[in-house]
Ligand binder design. Structure first.
Ligand SMILES: Cc1ncc(COP(=O)(O)O)c(C=O)c1O
Length: 494
């Protein structure tokens, strides 16, 4: 019945984040009507400033003179693009004023990515994306353009010692070589700053080095800055790609931004691409018809953009203070549980390491922790959903109302403590029983010899992991427990 394209769409398994989202959707937490429902800490939405926005939208005269026409035909679109150009020129601190003619606006950055990729890539081409990356890119590239995402794998260990998950030019070069070896026709690099899910921002020097890389290899450089204003730590500076003087290849630089995150209105559906390439602009404008925005949304957004005083004195300061407070709540919770995380001051989420609740560092174990949390009523995002190469990392949203966040913390605390007690805790007990210390020591030695080459400088953590795996694979623990119980009943253990 379906075309090959249609069949592929229904045969492609959904991303784990979507699976979780659908489960939450059927059983949403509400403190009054569904107190045992699932709390969503997956969807990257800002739920902290709706009251401020609502007050503004309810102001008198907000809808006066609203046009009724198709948005892509009436002059309002030009007016909207002009307001966006002025707003972004100021907030991105661009080298020169943005010309509204260099903007194409569509119904969300999702559509912008899909449209842009279609006009710079052919079906089957590839785009380099550092992982972990926002999982929506897979759909943006795959569903309509049928372009592949080529991962540039980062890890908690990579980068200059201090800076884990750092994207280096070496990593880009290696990924490109590897992609070419596998037959990929790489057309572009897609960067996100501030990053989702890591939260890091790229420095001016980093951006220049990535742009030099793309120029060297004749690649387009797409920079998604959708979280540009979602920076609540004053010591952190978001550097826009458009603030860089003399970008190496301006014709192939395309910067994306949207209202979903910075204006907390993901349902309005509005995003833009800024580019100097006449060809790209022209081709994108041909696609506008299919991705046009609601007149109502454009009208309201234009009103918000026009009130600079409200933006600077009310909206953005309130947003920053509330995000900061919720980030602090989240990091205090993680600290109290000794859970490591990447400390940032951006975004709506924290990227943290739950691997201590796993019996070994595998994606099966990551899935087990994810499911345990889900069973406890908290939906978080496992790293596998972001194509992360290293198991154990999760992205957890903090931009939800206080009372729900507190309930989520309680649920997570008891779930994770239970995991510790039933899994790792048992292991800790074994470690603390003197009678088995000798056995343990010899087990560590034999595991290390059997599992890894002798004389390597594995960390204690690696050895412990190997030992846990060995215990899980054999009946060593049962034997020791039986021996212990016997000696206890003998009176020897007292
Ligand atoms: C990095 C990034 N880009 C794009 C999007 C999609 O944005 P929009 O709501 O404008 O489609 C998201 C949404 O989570 C995102 O995190």
């Amino acid at each position: 019945m379906l075309s090959a394209r249609g069949r592929k769409l229904i045969e492609t398994p959904p991303n784990v984040l979507l699976v979780g989202f659908n489960l939450w959707d059927k059983n949403r937490y509400d403190k009054d009507s569904n107190p045992t429902g699932i709390i969503n800490l997956v969807t990257s939405e800002n739920k902290l400033v709706f009251d401020v926005l609502k007050n503004k939208i309810n102001e008198e005269g907000m809808f006066e003179d609203m046009p009724e026409e198709y948005s892509q035909y009436f002059g309002g679109l030009q007016r909207f693009n002009q307001l966006v150009a002025e707003f972004l020129t100021e907030r991105m601190k661009t080298v020169k004023p943005i010309d509204a003619a260099n903007i194409v606006s569509m119904n969300g950055v999702t559509s912008i990515v899909a449209a842009l990729v279609q006009v710079i890539c052919d079906e089957g081409d590839s785009i380099l994306i550092p992982t972990p990356f926002y999982s929506g890119f897979l759909g943006d590239l795959g569903v309509i353009p049928r372009v592949k995402a080529c991962p540039v794998h980062l890890s908690s260990q990579c980068g200059l010692s201090r800076n884990s998950w750092e994207l280096t030019v070496d990593a880009l070069e290696e990924a490109l070589v590897q992609a070419k070896k596998e037959g990929a026709n790489v057309r572009a690099l897609l960067l996100t700053t501030p990053n989702n899910p890591l939260g890091c921002v790229y420095s001016r020097e980093q951006l220049v080095s990535y742009m030099n890389f793309t120029k060297r290899h004749n690649l387009h450089c797409i920079v998604d800055e959708i979280y540009m204003m979602t920076v609540f730590d004053e010591t952190i500076e978001h550097v826009s790609a458009l603030s860089i003087e003399h970008p190496p290849d301006p014709e192939r630089l395309h910067v994306l931004w949207g209202f979903s995150k910075d204006f907390a209105v993901s349902g309005f559906r509005s995003g833009v691409v800024l580019t100097e390439s006449r060809d790209v602009l022209e081709a994108l404008n041909q696609m506008g018809l299919f991705f046009s925005q609601s007149t109502l949304a454009l009208w309201l957004l234009s009103k918000l953009l026009s009130d600079k005083d409200w933006l600077d004195r009310v909206y953005f300061p309130t947003n920053r203070v509330r995000l900061r407070a919720h980030y602090d709540l989240m990091t205090r919770f993680l600290d109290s549980m000794s859970i490591p995380y990447v400390a940032t001051g951006t975004g709506l989420y924290v990227w943290c390491d739950l691997s201590r609740y796993m019996r070994e560092k595998t994606f099966e174990e990551e899935d087990r922790v994810w499911k345990a949390l889900l069973k406890a009523g908290v939906l978080v995002a496992p790293g596998v959903g972001f194509m992360c190469a290293e198991p154990g990392w999760f992205r957890i949203i903090f931009s939800i109302p206080n009372d729900s966040l507190e309930v989520a913390f309680e649920r997570m605390r008891s779930c994770l403590c239970e995991l510790t007690e039933s899994e790792c805790g048992m292991f800790d007990q074994v470690l603390s029983v003197p009678a088995v210390e000798e056995d343990l020591a010899s087990a560590v030695v034999s595991v290390s010899v059997a599992g890894q080459s002798e004389g390597t400088d594995e960390s204690l953590e690696d050895l412990v992991l190997l030992l846990k795996r060995k215990i899980a694979e054999t009946d060593w623990l049962e034997q020791q427990t039986a021996a212990l119980n016997e000696s206890k009943s003998d009176g020897h253990g007292q």
